[in-house]
Design a protein around this ligand. Sequence first.
Ligand code: CTP
Ligand code: CA
Length: 229
Amino acid sequence: VEAAAGPQRLRGKRVVVSAGGTREPLDPVRFIGNRSSGIFGCEIARAALAEGAEVCLVAAHIDSARYPHGVSVVEAGTAAEMERAMRAASREADVVVMCAAVADYRPETTSSTKLKKEGTRSTRLTLTLEATPDILRGLVRERRAGQFIVGFAAETGDDRSVLELGQAKARRKGADLLAINHVGADAGFGDVDSRIVLVDSRGEVVAELAGSKPQLARDLVAHIAHCLS
Ligand code: CTP
Ligand code: CA
């Protein structure tokens, strides 16, 4: 087990973390995806492990070299697979962290053969997408007694609108904690420093964290441990 040191504030706790980004297939070679690298979710899993938790990582398209040693990994590539995996993994969990970037919409149909441009003679293509299930909301709805659920909010804009959008999202989702993340062309994705604001289910700010992703992850996990105690 990696990094067994630390105050062990989550000893005996079962923690499930989803991470990465789903890909919704159009055909065997194409998909609709997003820029999530999975780095942050892996850091959260690593930090929970270092606090003594038993950790399950539900991974959507993460480079397996990033999986922390000592966590059990379930791979889930699409929103539908992620929903199934998270419901199963969360059944026994004390803490659920929904960090993955889940597609909000997916192609209504997936072709089993490669879509061809020949014969269509068209300069445009219209795709019909359908909504995916909101996994976090479902987990909150079906939560077992005492389970602590953490969500994320990826928002763009200036700091004030990011906070307001995140607070509204917190009230909609009902998670115990929502980590509001400022994202954009040059913020929030990949190996860069970030800032997150933690709000409770009513949208009240409970903490502000800043630093590298490993540091943010450790601080977030410490905050979760504090909430559980
Ligand atoms: N999420 C989820 N299932 C989805 C979409 C999002 O569980 N189908 C989760 C994410 O993992 C995150 C939280 O919901 O923890 C918020 O995701 P976000 O994309 O910021 O919010 P949405 O509710 O999808 O709203 P929007 O994208 O319109 O801002
Ligand atoms: Ca979304």
